[in-house]
Design a protein around this ligand. Structure first.
Ligand code: MN
Ligand code: MN
Length: 298
């Protein structure tokens, strides 16, 4: 019993360490996001800085999604793209021994979307206020929806927050961003990420054409030599998502396609607002406690 308690405390310490590192990286990265700066420079800064500060690695590639892109955009290898007067979502993940901190902020380089940025922030704050042992995720979802609707904007209904587990960045339960009839009950010690998205569009995202982020979802042998080489390179990421630009295996596009066809990897296309609306996001990771929660990525 004492061993079990100590083990849980050690795990919580790792979640807290990951959160502290993330917070520092996030604040340093925020200052680098300016018109004319390369997206790749910011993504590489985030991914390298986390390790410099003592993380074991990125929990997923640094997501830099702009304007009507809601999530899953990350620069390509040698990507020359620079920031314009964009609404930028910076979503970063850090892990310590597989225990994850996941957080996102929106930086409005246009200066025209203050209310949109505020809407997802208000959604997150309202959600955090509801969290405690015994809360139903449906209550959290309603709080998020109300806070965003108060700005005459819409939550993105088909994106949700989620639980976290070791080396698993998206574990049950999902934390919806709009009203649902059936939720699930959170308990003390649960680790969750809450991430409201607000939009002036239709409130729904769809898959875009570009895919740069993948994840190994199934262990299975492959025959093609090139795919085997790639699978070996992917071992280091375990079940965490990875970016194509991180990989060095030859015939990369071909091998990725083979592994995807075999059901070994899953691809995460860039998600775009269906009506082309602007999207903002704010996210924190937190531990549910008896009478509230502790935000690890504050
Ligand atoms: Mn995130
Ligand atoms: Mn998340």
């Amino acid at each position: 019993m004492a061993d079990k308690v100590q083990e849980i405390e050690e795990i919580i310490d790792k979640y807290i360490k990951a959160g502290k590192i993330l917070s520092q990286v996030r604040s340093e990265a925020k200052d680098r996001i300016r018109v004319g700066v390369r997206l790749l420079e910011v993504a590489e800064f985030v991914e390298n800085r986390a390790i410099e500060l003592g993380a074991d690695g990125s929990a997923f590639p640094c997501n830099i999604s702009r304007n009507d892109e809601a999530a899953h955009a990350t620069p390509l290898a040698d990507d020359p793209t620079v920031f314009d007067e964009d609404v930028v979502k910076l979503d970063l993940g850090v892990h310590v021994d597989g225990y994850i901190a996941d957080s996102a902020i929106t930086i409005d380089l246009s200066g025209k979307y203050t209310d949109l940025v505020k809407a997802s922030e208000d959604g997150l704050n309202a959600a955090i206020d509801t969290v405690k042992n015994g809360v139903n995720t449906a209550e959290i979802a309603a709080a998020i929806e109300d806070a965003i609707l108060a700005h005459d904007l819409k939550p993105v209904g088909n994106l949700t927050g989620h639980g976290l587990a070791q080396y698993i960045p998206h574990a049950p339960p999902s934390i919806p961003n709009r009203r649902v009839s059936n939720g699930s009950v959170l308990r003390t010690g649960d680790m969750i990420a809450i991430e409201p998205f607000a939009t002036d569009g239709a409130g729904k995202v769809v898959d875009g054409t570009l895919t740069e982020i993948f994840q190994v979802v199934k262990k299975k042998p492959v025959r093609l030599p090139a795919a085997r080489v790639l699978l070996k390179e992917l071992k280091q990421y375990r079940t965490l998502p990875f970016a194509k630009r991180w990989l060095r295996s030859p015939q990369l596009d071909f091998s990725l396609l083979q592994l995807e066809k075999a059901g070994i990897i899953h691809s995460y296309p860039v998600l775009r607002e269906v009506a082309g609306g602007m999207v903002s996001q704010k996210e924190h990771t937190l531990i549910v406690t008896d009478d509230g929660c502790e935000v690890t990525t504050k």
